[in-house]
Design a protein around this ligand. Sequence first.
Ligand SMILES: NC(=O)c1ccc[n+]([C@@H]2O[C@H](COP(=O)([O-])OP(=O)(O)OC[C@H]3O[C@@H](n4cnc5c(N)ncnc54)[C@H](O)[C@@H]3O)[C@@H](O)[C@H]2O)c1
Length: 315
Amino acid sequence: MKNGRAKISVIGAGNVGASAAFRIAQLELADVALIDIVEEIPEGKALDLAQMCPITGSDVNLVGSTNYEDTADSDVVIITSGIPRKPGMSRDDLISTNTKVVKSVTEQVVSNSPDAILILVTNPLDAMVYVAHRVSGLSDNKVMGMAGVLDSARFRAFIAMELGVSVENINASVLGGHGDTMVPLLSNTTIAGVPIAQLVPADRLEAMVDRTRKGGAEIVALLKTGSAFYAPAVAAVEMAEAIIKDKKKVLPCCVYADGHYGIEDTFVGLPVRLGAEGVEEIIGVEISDEEMEALHVSAGKVKELCEVIDGMGIL
Ligand SMILES: NC(=O)c1ccc[n+]([C@@H]2O[C@H](COP(=O)([O-])OP(=O)(O)OC[C@H]3O[C@@H](n4cnc5c(N)ncnc54)[C@H](O)[C@@H]3O)[C@@H](O)[C@H]2O)c1
């Protein structure tokens, strides 16, 4: 880390990106460069956020720009640029457009901040982490994706709503790819330390798992013009904060699996320890045979998508 304040660049000044910049400023976590391909929008949003800071008491610099020189020497870069889903679309439908966007953005980010740690948000998430990893040439610990933190938060919110208890009492984690094959871990879910199976009947549990898997689509169907952004933005910033503050926080993140959980050469959501070095360790937790099987199915789907990208000849 450099002397002085940390710096986070947020690429894409749309719904997720601007909300992430808002959260970073609110937490007084780091200086922010907010970048977009569209002129003036990032400048306008950064100015608005700078005018928020006297009220929130946040001493951070905010720059909005279309120029990647403004991202120079970032500690962390959150990549949200690309198109979101519309009703009826799957995340995988975004693949061709967003592969090109993430490739070009990653090249420009890395040439200005060769030591930065990258957090991908753009969908289809796991495949975009693969793209950024390949294009950047960065080591495995420095390129990761945000999905598990969001999917786990959705699962925790649904459980809290169902049981009428505090969200703070719910400990739950979702592994696997960020799609319909994600794996909410029922075996490790607890409410104030009590295993969830003791408190919720199996059919209700199954309904919550299903709602979690479709949590993104539920919001897309309601919003109609885009996808969720408040929870995704806060989730990405939780990861950035763990890195900037070297918190050693254990969070589910999309990372490179190289034999971990028996998964070879694939990017997929696994529990990791996040600190100043990025992904400092992939944590092996005990999961049921059924969950392990589902995790392998999910990793297989990511692998198929990455093969589609390879076949496009873009990288
Ligand atoms: N991983 C997750 O859990 C998760 C959650 C929510 C959204 N997402 C994804 O995040 C992405 C952004 O979602 P959003 O709601 O903010 O969309 P948005 O349309 O509001 O914002 C995207 C921004 O990216 C910009 N952009 C496009 N091409 C660019 C380029 N080449 N360089 C720089 N900027 C560029 C656009 O101008 C726009 O401002 C989508 O792909 C969405 O599917 C992922």
